[in-house]
Design a protein around this ligand. Structure first.
Ligand code: HMG
Length: 426
């Protein structure tokens, strides 16, 4: 049977499942059962999820968890996190609790400007194009007035637009760079609609508009999160040594890209989990954050740390374009609930919560890496997963947890101990 198909999008969901399982799975019946097992019994809810994307066959679950005890700017939060990686939520919770008794996490918005570009090719003189742009500028803004009316009423809209000459990098390449404030929306549709309207107005037979699109690089939409305390308040013992090693670890990530990528990946564990839980676009955030990490020409750490005048300070600046209205934020019932749990933040508040989660995650990873090593905590949590896979009874589970309290945990060690215990029982 042919594995290519036309008109797939027009098939019903069941027909799509039938076609896929007949052509691409070995045991069609089993595959069908797996796919259908994840259908929600509530037909209205299922149909809502079916419509989020195209050619939907089923739902793919990710755990929805909560990290409590975050104190951000003196306000208490329980932060929803959607993530499949074990130890992230435990680490965030642990660090949130740790800093809650040391003044909490402090955050502030540094800027909220987003941008989009109209990329164009022009073969004439750059002076001529600049004169045309200057003359057209009021008209270009007028062309967006209908689109920006509501946004302007909310205090946002187009902030500025300028012509950029980039012919030194690519022959005949110019762009109109437009800056926006999109208030509580991520603003992708708004920005793109404005850009297309401006491009249409600017169009001339000798100007080739290549494309008009927002940028997910938002180096001027930045939030800072930080924690600080006197060094001696970090831990009862060896606080200075801990702080120095911690700062050293951050400095290594600042200069060494191999380390910086993993360091930042740990930060994104926290960031993405909250971005997804609130129905935001984590691919946009990821792309923007990593470009920001390389903004000085070399990929580097997103976080920073110092010891100054006996005070430990650890902070992060993150470019985040987030929304609390529009997109999935109100459409996905769990995203909506996440926002409710977070006390219905506006976009700026959500940026601060997400940055706090990223900072907490980075603190947890660095704390573990510079003290016990990462595997200890990982394996402690992994132990319960291995025990689950073994179908161990409750008393066997308790025995294994106790047995491995002071021992190195590995998959083999747990399995071996389990069977040894079973043999002894028989
Ligand atoms: P612990 O000290 O053994 O934990 O740490 P504990 O059992 O004493 O509990 C202390 C608190 O931790 C708890 O307080 C919870 O808040 C939390 P309580 O609830 O009891 O009042 N906690 C948990 N929360 C939920 N479920 C749990 C749980 N266990 C503890 N099961 C912990 C254990 C895993 C937290 C610690 O070992 C740790 O932080 N390890 C680091 C783990 C980590 O950073 N994971 C992130 C993913 S790895 C990563 O980021 C990639 C990496 O490559 C990045 C990089 O290189 O920078 C590492």
């Amino acid at each position: 049977m042919a594995k290519s198909v036309s008109g797939f999008s027009k098939l019903t969901k069941q027909e799509k499942v039938d076609w896929l399982t007949a052509h691409f799975t070995n045991v069609g019946i089993e595959a069908k059962e797996i796919l259908q097992q994840y259908w929600n019994e509530d037909r209205i809810l299922q149909s809502l999820h079916d419509d989020f994307v195209e050619n939907t066959l089923t739902n793919f679950y990710l755990p929805y968890a909560i990290a409590p005890n975050f104190v951000i700017n003196k306000k208490n939060y329980a932060i929803p996190m959607v993530i499949e990686e074990s130890s992230v939520v435990a680490a965030a919770s642990m660090v949130a609790k740790f800093w809650s008794s040391r003044g909490g996490i402090k955050t502030k918005i540094l800027s909220t400007i987003k941008s989009g570009q109209i990329h164009l090719i022009y073969h004439g003189s750059s002076e001529g194009l600049q004169l045309y742009f200057d003359k057209m500028k009021p008209q270009l803004l007028r062309a967006t007035e209908n689109i920006t009316e509501n946004m302007r009423q909310r205090g946002g809209g187009i902030l500025d637009l300028k012509l950029k000459n980039i012919t030194h990098e690519l022959d005949n390449y110019y762009q109109i760079h437009v800056e926006f404030d999109t208030k509580d929306s991520m603003g992708a549709n708004f920005i793109n609609t404005c850009l297309e309207a401006i491009a249409n107005e600017f169009r001339r037979p000798d100007i080739e508009i290549v494309m008009s699109i927002l940028s997910n690089y938002v180096p001027e939409c930045v939030v800072r999160a930080e924690v600080s305390c006197p060094v001696e308040e970090l831990y009862e013992e060896n606080a200075l040594h801990f702080a120095q090693k911690f700062v050293q670890a951050v400095k290594i990530a600042a200069v060494e890209p191999y380390r910086a990528v993993t360091h930042n990946k740990g930060i994104m564990n926290g960031v993405d989990a909250v971005v997804i839980a609130t129905g935001n676009d984590f691919r946009a955030v990821e792309a923007g954050v990593h470009a920001f990490a390389a903004r000085n020409g070399k990929y580097s750490s997103l976080s920073h740390a110092e010891i100054k005048d006996g005070k430990f300070r650890f902070w992060i600046d993150l470019p985040l374009s987030l929304g609390t209205v529009g997109g999935l934020t109100k459409l996905h019932p769990l995203a909506k609930l996440s926002l409710e749990i977070l006390d219905n933040p506006n976009a700026e508040e959500l940026m601060q919560i997400v940055a706090a989660a990223g900072l907490a995650q980075n603190f947890a990873a660095l704390r573990a890496l510079t003290t016990t090593g990462i595997q200890k905590g990982h394996m402690k949590l992994h132990l319960t997963n291995i025990i689950k896979l073994l179908n161990a009874k409750e008393d066997e589970k308790q025995f294994l947890i106790q047995y491995f309290e002071n021992k190195t945990i590995s998959h083999k060690a747990v399995v071996d101990k389990y069977y040894e215990m079973r043999r002894e029982k028989e």
